[in-house]
Design a binder for this molecule. Structure first.
Ligand code: CTP
Length: 319
């Protein structure tokens, strides 16, 4: 019994509200898990046949110029023109050029992180990836603070910053951007036409306030390439979530990958309620006809990889 839940105005997610969490019993963080280096390298090699994270993580300045026309990935009939601001913020070289990290944390946004005390463990990783500008300061004990890359779907500006309707919300966003302090801000600007203005607002703020972030705008082929990889491996996702995209990219530059905050179920393993997001009141209850995400299916695939030692999923308390 699957239910469709809108977790983002442009991207609803399918969330299974049956007792799915029971089926996904994952041992506590302290139980034995060992890394399977051979499998990790094999997966990296296979993914490289579909995409190269070093390149696909961002379009580079050399490949576009102001005024160029781009067709949106999901709205092929709609186009945008590369603005002067966007052009200025395109990186000259890949922000991940030549990078290799011993360990990476990918932090999803599930409420399963609350009361996990995972903050210190997350912050101890060499590279920490977060999703959708999720707040950290007030939750640092559970989610940590270190941020090397954070994603920002344009819809976040609507969802978490009230479309910057007044000075208060602009200030809130500015503060969040300032706090990024040199990390990579990854903005899927070319996916859906609905994000156009929001991307422009953010670009303008970054330039006007000299915000210290390294902007990156994923390539036009990334989403289809990621989907292609997973489909080939019989994971029938409709549209990969940000979390799955980050895992797929991370296989290229992370030797060991640790996932936190991935739990698309309303009950935890002990049947206690779990918030959809650790930081807001978004519910599992919205409905929609469109359902591009298939989170429980993704979770199942990630769980298998956990069991095989290719990644480590933590869905309970940290030690
Ligand atoms: N996630 C999860 N369980 C939840 C919420 C989130 O596993 N209850 C994971 C998903 O992989 C998700 C990521 O954490 O992509 C970040 O969460 P969120 O900001 O909610 O991402 P989405 O809204 O799904 O963003 P997108 O639509 O771009 O995927």
């Amino acid at each position: 019994r699957a239910e469709v839940v809108i977790n983002d105005s442009s991207s609803p997610a399918v969330v299974d509200r049956s007792n799915e969490s029971i089926k996904h019993n994952i041992k506590p963080a302290s139980s034995k898990w060992s890394h399977n280096q051979t499998l990790s390298l094999k997966i990296r090699k296979q993914i490289l046949k579909f995409l190269d994270a070093e390149k696909d993580i961002s379009v580079l300045k050399g490949t576009l110029k102001p005024g160029d026309v781009i067709h949106y990935v999901f709205d092929r009939d709609s186009t945008m023109n590369v603005s002067q601001n966007l052009y200025e913020l395109l990186p000259r070289t890949s922000p991940l050029k030549g990078k290799q990290f011993p360990t990476c944390a990918i932090v999803g946004n599930s409420g399963v992180l609350l009361h996990s005390s995972c903050g210190p463990e997350i912050d101890a990783h060499s590279f920490v990836i977060r999703c959708n500008l999720a707040p950290v300061q007030e939750y640092s004990q559970d989610v940590g603070m270190k941020t090397d890359l954070v994603t920002m779907n344009p819809s976040v500006i609507q969802r978490a910053f009230e479309d910057l309707v007044n000075e208060t919300w602009r200030e809130k966003l500015l503060q969040r951007l300032h706090s990024l302090n040199g990390s990579i801000l990854w903005i899927p600007a070319f996916m859906a036409k609905g994000g156009k203005e929001r991307v422009e607002w953010v670009n303008e703020l970054i330039l006007k306030h000299h915000i210290n972030v390294r902007t990156a705008y994923p390539s036009l082929r990334l989403l289809h390439a990621v989907r292609g990889y997973w489909l080939t491996n019989k994971v029938h996702i409709k549209r990969p979530t940000t979390g799955l995209l980050m895992y797929t990219l991370a296989t290229r530059f992370c030797n060991r990958i640790y996932l936190y905050g991935f739990w698309p179920f309303p009950l935890d393993q002990n049947q206690n309620p779990v918030k959809y997001h650790y930081y807001d009141s978004l519910k599992y209850g919205y409905t929609s006809q469109a359902s591009p995400h298939t989170m429980p299916l993704e979770f199942k695939a990630l769980k298998t990889l956990h069991q095989q030692g290719a990644l480590k999923l933590t869905v309970g308390e940290c030690d």
